[in-house]
Design a binder for this molecule. Structure first.
Ligand code: EPS
Length: 403
């Protein structure tokens, strides 16, 4: 991202997560409830482990906002790790660490030496010359995604000024698949409101529960596919002129960075490879009366997922991410001790059986961050009013073009 700088710091069992967000204009009212509501959504989900019972994520903004309104200065925020109380010795920042507070903490102090296949454990230890895999796994943990969700919610507040809304849902967990339907943001929000697997189809949700229960009983884990939809996105964001300004590429990178994501699809992505062009591309129509959609240019289908040539085309953005199963298995896989080089089962840490519903919330946050960056790139300025003025001037120009 070029216009919105976003970084996080924090170990999973350290004192807190820290987020840093720079590039938003001054004069944006921050909806703190929206941020905490998003954090609560990320904590939900059938198949989560014990950690989510300990945490009660809340975002504390410490700079960049005054009296509820952004100052244009860097926004910093923290999310406390409640579990830190149980890890003060293991994760002590100081060289002199307190004595372990419990037997469990004493147990956890032992170096982790048998990497989990699929996790960053081994590759990270090789790179950083670590003898304790905990030095890798604490940062590679998906706990970090809480900070992404908080930042994504702030980006969402900014985007709502332009009429952009997003929603996410789970379309597959293991073998349980929701029927392929093009859902709007409003439909997704309504259909997933009471679903603890964040699935819009009740029958598929039951099958997802069954899959998760069966995997848990077998000491195994499950992945799946999530979809994020963004509506109200203006046409012409991104670019066709250079590889690194294409918005589809930037969305793909952001989604691939979410822990456990191994594939990203835009629109009908993978399916399009098997079909002829005549059944793939969304034909363009023009409606002088503008009755079909908000736009005079309109399509009857959205197989492109709202992106053509690296640019938004005014249709909903539809992206999917496939998440692999979590790599901490209660019935661990074969591995090798990094010290003795002897064959051993990978170590087992407390973990989730399935975190796909949470991954959907994280993917939505990443889409919000990328879109906010794109809006800032197109219409950016120091003051929110200037940004809105530039946006409205652009929208008026699109209308003159015949949009
Ligand atoms: C997570 C926190 C972690 C894990 C999970 C997600 O907490 P803990 O390690 O204390 O149980 O529950 O992360 C992973 C499974 C992983 O492999 O990274 C969270 O806050 O989402």
């Amino acid at each position: 991202m070029k216009h919105l700088i976003f970084h996080t710091a924090g170990e999973s069992h350290g004192p807190q997560l820290t987020g840093f967000l720079q590039g938003l204009p001054a004069g944006l009212s921050i909806d703190f409830e929206r941020i905490d509501a998003a954090l609560a959504e990320r904590q939900k989900g059938f198949g989560r482990g014990g950690r989510m019972k300990i945490e009660h994520d809340r975002c504390q903004v410490t700079s960049g906002v005054r009296h509820g309104v952004t100052l244009g200065s860097p926004i910093a925020f923290v999310i406390e790790n409640r579990d830190w109380e149980n890890w003060r010795s293991v994760m002590s920042v100081q060289a002199e660490k307190p004595a372990p507070a419990s037997d469990r903490e004493r147990q956890m102090s032992a170096p982790r030496t048998v990497p989990r296949p699929g996790h960053a454990d081994l590759a990270g230890a090789l790179k950083y010359d670590f003898e304790d895999l905990r030095n890798v796994l604490e940062r590679a943990s998906a706990r970090e995604t809480a900070a992404r969700v908080a930042a994504g919610a702030v980006a969402g507040v900014f985007l709502s000024q332009f009429g952009v809304e997003t929603a996410c849902h789970v379309v597959r967990i293991g073998g349980a698949v929701a029927p392929d339907k093009a859902l709007t943001v409003a439909e997704i929000r309504m259909a997933t409101a009471d679903s603890d697997v964040r699935c819009a189809d009740p029958a598929a949700a039951v099958a997802m529960h069954d899959e998760i229960r069966a995997a848990a009983a077998a000491g195994d884990t499950l992945g799946g596919i999530v979809e994020v939809v963004a509506s109200g996105v203006v046409a012409g964001l991104g670019d066709h002129i250079q590889w690194d300004t294409k918005l589809d590429g930037r969305l793909a990178q952001a989604l691939m960075s979410v822990p456990s994501v191994k594939a990203v699809e835009i629109g009908d992505g993978f399916g399009q490879a098997a079909r002829r062009g005549s059944t793939v591309h969304d034909e363009i129509h023009y409606d002088f009366a503008r009755t079909q959609t908000g736009s005079r240019f309109y399509r009857k289908t959205n197989r492109a997922g709202g992106l053509e040539g690296g640019l938004t085309n005014g249709m909903d953005i539809v992206v999917r991410a496939a998440a692999k199963p979590i790599s901490t298995l209660n019935k661990p896989l074969a591995s090798v001790d990094i010290h003795t080089k002897e064959a051993q089962s990978a170590f087992v840490e407390r973990s989730d059986v399935c975190s796909v519903p949470a991954a959907a919330v994280v993917c939505e946050a990443m889409v919000l961050l990328v879109l906010a960056d794109a809006y800032l790139g197109a219409f950016g300025g120091g003051a929110m009013n200037d940004v809105l003025e530039r946006f409205h001037a652009y929208a008026a120009r699109l209308d003159r073009f015949g949009r």
